[in-house]
Ligand binder design. Structure first.
Ligand code: NAD
Length: 279
């Protein structure tokens, strides 16, 4: 997708972090914006901060884990702007616990926001994007957690691996269908955003997570400090995404140093070696 001006972008998780920077970049490119997030007040503030004409922006509170809310978001986007050209399935949450301490509610929360949201995004937007016949692009935000299996992050790892294989599958299908809609997969490592405070958005229906103790607490602390110390910014992620979309490039892995860890994992598999543990 080469042309952005006057086309429409839908961005989930747009109130904060990477989603907000994707929105800034889309606004700077002259796109119409449909911004979705579960945090209503922050979403409205984010939308206002973009300083673009009210006619070019729709901000809608959406819980992306709920199919009916994604369906309603798609209806609202197509009704308001008559088409959608860039879909960024970006909203996500993280939870750090050892696998045996994750409750069913913990799994449902993380898989709902991180994986089902992308599934529902594809179900409810893609058929209409294909039908409109104007070309377009889908960007799914996974993580290097979709390419590696870091201890303490089982639910997140499973969800993000799901987003990787879903996106790779979709890539092949769109090619086979000779569709004018492309797909890219964003896999960041550590980016300083509010992801380590994801519990703020845990929906009431999942109850609260049990406080982390012992090994879970040390993984949780390590994750929070890794996020805070990330060198590449959310704005860097947005630049990488827009470059990939305009070049129709699938893999967007901005932290190139992670290649060593990905290679190690692949070598473990190829050589039937037990998974190498990094310090
Ligand atoms: N920050 C990192 O280090 C990092 C690394 C790899 C991948 N990611 C991924 O990047 C994406 C964006 O995260 P971020 O780092 O900008 O974090 P963030 O917490 O700053 O932003 C995430 C946004 O998602 C929203 N959200 C949470 N639950 C939601 C729900 N049910 N429905 C709708 N919106 C919801 C939050 O309100 C927030 O605005 C996520 O998918 C995350 O997994 C982040």
């Amino acid at each position: 997708m080469k042309q952005f001006r006057d086309r429409t972008a839908v961005i989930t998780g747009a109130a904060s972090g990477i989603g907000l920077e994707l929105a800034r970049r889309a606004a700077a490119e002259g796109m119409n914006l449909v911004l979705a997030d579960i945090e209503s007040a922050k979403l409205d503030a984010a939308a206002a901060s973009l300083g673009i004409d009210a006619g070019r922006i729709l901000a809608r509170r959406t819980d992306v884990s709920r199919e009916d809310e994604i369906a309603a978001l798609a209806d609202a986007a197509f009704t308001r702007f008559g088409g959608v050209h860039l879909l960024c399935n970006n909203a996500g949450v993280g939870l750090t616990r050892v696998s045996w301490e994750l409750s069913t509610a913990d799994w449902n929360w993380v898989l709902g926001v991180d994986l089902w949201s992308v599934i529902h995004g594809i179900q409810h937007f893609l058929p209409r994007m294909l039908e409109q016949g104007e070309g377009g692009h889908v960007v799914n935000t996974s993580s290097v957690a979709g390419l590696l299996s870091t201890p303490g992050m089982a639910a997140y790892n499973v969800a993000k691996h799901g987003v990787v294989t879903l996106s790779e599958t979709l890539y092949g299908e769109l090619l086979a269908a000779k569709a004018r809609v492309g797909v890219s997969l964003l896999c960041p490592a550590w980016v300083p955003t509010a992801i380590h405070e994801s519990g703020r958005n845990r929906q009431d229906r999942f109850g609260a997570a049990k406080p982390a103790e012992g090994l879970s607490a040390s993984y949780e602390q390590r994750m929070a400090s890794a996020v805070k110390s990330g060198r590449l910014t959310a704005a860097d992620m947005a630049s990488e995404v827009f470059a990939a979309v305009s070049e129709d490039r699938f893999y967007v892995i901005p932290h190139r140093k992670i290649n060593n860890a990905i290679q190690l994992r692949m070598d473990d598999i190829m050589q039937l070696r037990n998974p190498t543990q990094l310090p």
